[in-house]
Design a binder for this molecule. Sequence first.
Ligand code: CA
Ligand code: CA
Ligand code: CA
Ligand code: CA
Length: 340
Amino acid sequence: MKTKIVVGMALVLLLVGVIPIVSAPESGYIAVTQLGVTYMVDPIEAAQSAVGFYDYWSASGHTPFMEDVVSKVYLYKDTTTGELSLIMHHSIDNSASGSMRVDFNLEGVPPGAYTALSDDPTHAWNATRPGGHEFDLALEPEGNWYHGANSDGGVIGGLPTDEAWCITVNPDFITGIVAWRFKTPTGAIELDMEHPITICNRIRVYVDIKPGSWPNPLNVNSRGVLPVAICGTEDFDVTAIDPETVQLTLEGLGIGVPPLRWSYEDVATPYEGEPCTGHDLAGDGYLDLTLKFNSPEVIETLGLEDFADGYVVIIILTGNLKEEHSGTPIQGQDCVWILK
Ligand SMILES: [Ca+2]
Ligand SMILES: [Ca+2]
Ligand SMILES: [Ca+2]
Ligand SMILES: [Ca+2]
C-alpha cells in the first residue's frame, strides 16, 4: 500500500508540470453554452468594482477590452469584495464607424442581482421606452441601445457565487456591430451573432472515478465498465440528482457519455485537494450515487486514445438535480491516467 501511494505521488509531481491544470473555483463552475457547445470560463479579475472597471465617462466605457464595432460579454470579479458581475459593452468611445443599434433580452437573472451601471443612463432617443436607462433589469428588453460615436453597454452586479443560476442572453444586433465575443482571462470565445448564449453557474459536486482507488488508470483498450461516484456530504444528498442527466465529457467538447446504470451506495469520500491529485479512501458514512459507464464508449467519444501513454486527463461530469429541485445544474471533475 505504501509503495502504491509513493508511486502515485511521483506520477502527479511528474505530470503536473507539463499538463495545463484547470483550477477549481471554490463554490461553483461557470459554463458558457451556445449552439450546444459548452465552454468553462473564469471571470476577469481586478481589485476594483465592476463599475469602476467599466470607467464610464464621455457617454462611453473605457475597459481594456473595448473594440470598435465589436460587442463583448464577460464575467468580472472584484477581488477586494468577491462580488461577481456580468459586463456587456459594444464598440468604443470616439468610434468613426457610424451608428449602432443593439437589443439584449435577458432571461434567468437570479434574485439579488441588480442593475449596477447603464451606458447610457439617459434614454432620450427612444420615446417608447418608459424613462429609465438604456440598460435596466426592470425593463424589457433589458438592453436597448443606440449610439453614434461612443460605446454602449451595462453591468449586472450581485450575481450569487454559491448557488446555481443560468442567464440567457438573446441578442438582436440591428445595425453597426460586426462581431460578438465572450471575453475570458486568457482569450475570447467567438460567438454566433444570430443565436442566444447561456451563462450558467453550476453547483460543484465531488466526483470520484474508480472509487476507493488512486491514481485512476484507464487503459484505452479496456472493454469493461468505468465506475464513477458522485459523493454525498453532510450538506448534499445525492438522491436529489437526476441520474439520467449525468454525462462524462471534456472541457469544451460539446458532447458527453451517459451512464449505463446507477445505484446508491457509500463507496467514496470527497477529495478536496488540488485537481488531479486524489486519495484511495472508500466510504465515509454518506451515501454516494454510483454510476457505471461503458469504457469503450467513454474512450471513443472523449477521444482518450489520442492522448499519449501516461497522460493525466481531466474528466468533467455534468448533470442536473431532479425537477423538484429546480433542475439545478451540477458539475464536478476527476482525472484519469491514460495507459496504452
Ligand atoms: Ca447610447
Ligand atoms: Ca454610450
Ligand atoms: Ca479514484
Ligand atoms: Ca460516501
